[in-house]
Write a protein that binds this ligand. Structure first.
Ligand code: SF4
Length: 471
């Protein structure tokens, strides 16, 4: 264990590192430290390469200052020949463009020379945007890292010091790696259930993290549901669940550092042993949070554990009416939602947050009104009700692929209606910015070549005083 404090971050590393002699690489998270340290993918990649003998230098992007921040000492990123980028959100690609610009790395891979590093991107976006990402990255690692990590680390080690072309050529031979010269669309290797899937946990703890000084543990990977709007349910399959003994062992380790635990997964309450895990934490008076709770899977044991130290919880009905929920394939009905509300209130929870999607092609005003109605029911039971609303953004790789997002004028009209009605019900509506949502839609649905155009357009706007960067 190593504690590190600087003027910028204070963190505890809970991983022993020995003999990092195989080479060095930069691991970049293109957003702020608070998000990076709370991202288990970022933690996992650090752990995997560090344990295999690489010196991994982490960098995050300070959005307020527009600069890279080094987390592991004074090593200059310009001197590191291999950059791995951990990319999970479409709009973070704008930060990637800014990082490249600041580091004088051409956005177009074909303009790069032997002086430039090789950039490899991995993360959630690779599940549905792989070929497009080659617009700006030299290589894309598609899907989960674990199945091919031995081959990948061997390739990096054997190629280090031999220049950019050799590394690019070798990477192209690694299963799961996509490069322009090997552009194919067989993405059957996205996830592998080999019966030995290993899961991620926090490697660093920091009070600066998005969830505070909380030990995060991945207990589920993939999702067995198949909500029609969700990439996870369609591309990150099959669902796999961490072995109970492993979970308990990791919890014991994490509890040596903190009494705050976060259980992470697309639908944590689907874990077949979730009640045993919840009871274990309840008995020890632990502050536990769940990254996701399906209303139809909540039960006494889980809510009791949550309510021991938390004041509120979150559910995602997604649709206000059954018609919209059916369109979204959410698999919930109104009684699931009302039961979940009652259960939380019975255990003393005082705050409820609900996620909704609006702007579906099937909805009319009466369906939006149903959102207000659910908010009213919630308000009878909770002192604080927050309603978070996002417009429908159809994504590739889902059954909604190809569906057009509603236009701005219509979305604004629906937003105005919902905002008024939800205020009238005494709740706090929080709307995702429509400009940002539209941009997310454009990026996630970009074809090869279009991503580059979008980012160049945004960078030109930035250089012209930000006139084009209001997203
Ligand atoms: S929305 Fe949630 S439950 Fe539905 S497929 Fe996605 S992760 Fe699973």
């Amino acid at each position: 264990m190593k504690k590190r404090r600087s003027s910028e971050v204070s963190e505890t590393r809970i991983l022993d590192l020995k003999g990092q002699t195989l080479g060095e690489l930069a691991l970049i998270y293109p957003n702020d430290y608070s998000l990076a340290v709370a991202n288990l993918g970022f933690n996992r990649v650090f752990e995997i390469f560090s344990k295999r003998g690489f010196k991994v230098y982490r960098f995050v992007y300070k959005t307020a200052e527009g600069r890279l921040q080094s987390l592991d000492g004074p090593r200059r990123i310009e001197d590191i020949k291999l950059w791995l980028l951990s990319l999970h959100f479409e709009l973070d690609l704008l930060n990637v463009a800014k990082i490249f610009s600041r580091m004088r790395l051409p956005l177009r891979p074909e303009w790069r020379t032997h002086r430039h590093p090789v950039t490899v991107v991995g993360g959630a976006l690779t599940y549905f945007m792989s070929p497009t990402l080659l617009d700006i990255f030299d290589a894309v690692y598609v899907g989960e890292l674990e199945p091919n990590v031995e081959e990948l680390t061997r390739t990096i080690f054997n190629s280090s010091g031999h220049g950019r072309d050799r590394l690019m050529g070798s990477l192209a031979e690694v299963p799961g790696v996509l490069v322009k010269s090997k552009l194919y669309r067989d993405e059957g290797f996205l996830c592998k259930d080999e019966g030995a899937t290993t899961f991620a946990r926090s490697v660093f703890l920091s009070k600066n993290g998005a969830f505070g000084y909380r030990f995060l543990l991945e207990v589920e990977r993939g999702c067995k549901r198949a909500c029609r709007f969700c990439v996870v349910g369609h591309r990150m399959t099959p669902a796999r669940y961490a072995d109970l003994q492993w979970v308990l062992e990791e919890l014991r380790k994490g509890l040596c550092f903190t009494d705050k635990i976060g259980l992470v997964g697309p639908t944590v309450v689907d874990h077949p042993e979730v009640e045993t895990i919840a009871e274990y934490l309840y008995a020890r008076d632990i502050d536990v949070s769940f990254s996701s709770m399906r209303a139809d899977r909540l039960n006494e044991v889980v809510v009791r554990a949550l309510a021991k130290r938390q004041r509120g919880f979150t559910i995602a009905p997604e649709g206000g009416s059954q018609k919209v929920r059916n369109f979204l394939g959410k698999g919930l009905n109104e009684s699931h939602i009302l039961n979940a509300m009652r259960l939380g209130a019975q255990h003393g929870l005082r705050k409820l947050k609900m996620y909704f999607i609006y702007g579906t092609p099937v909805e009319g005003e009466e369906d939006l009104e149903e959102i207000a109605k659910l908010a009213r029911e919630a308000k009878k039971l909770y002192s604080e009700v927050c309603v978070s609303l996002t417009p429908l953004i159809p994504k590739p790789g889902t059954p909604l692929e190809g569906l057009k997002m509603l236009d701005m004028k219509e979305l604004k009209r629906r937003e105005r209606f919902l905002r008024r009605r939800l205020w009238e019900e005494g709740t706090h509506p929080k709307f995702e910015s429509l400009k940002r949502s539209m941009l997310q839609y454009r990026i996630s649905n970009a074809r090869e070549g279009e991503l580059l155009s979008i980012l160049e357009e945004k960078m030109r706007g930035e250089n012209n005083g930000g006139a084009n960067t209001q997203f």
